[in-house]
Design a protein around this ligand. Structure first.
Ligand SMILES: [Zn+2]
Length: 69
């Protein structure tokens, strides 16, 4: 899913918006105050290591037969 992080320059809040095209990015509005004065934030993934990874499907399903052919 093409979800990007945006920052509202008016209220300073960070929010995420779904953008399929570049045109969608121009049309993004702040979900808090409705302002169009928003800037696209780069993903904070690279800058904040060690925030904690959520996930890990810890289910080892045993006893399931894999049939090939
Ligand atoms: Zn705002």
């Amino acid at each position: 899913m093409p979800i990007y992080e945006f920052k509202c320059e008016k209220c300073g809040k960070i929010f995420e918006a779904l953008c399929f095209t570049k045109e969608d990015e121009k049309d993004v509005r702040c979900i808090y105050c409705g302002s169009k004065d928003v800037t696209k934030e780069y993903s904070s993934f690279a800058t904040s290591w060690g925030r904690g990874f959520i996930g890990g499907s810890g289910s080892c399903g045993g006893g399931r037969g894999f049939g090939f052919g």
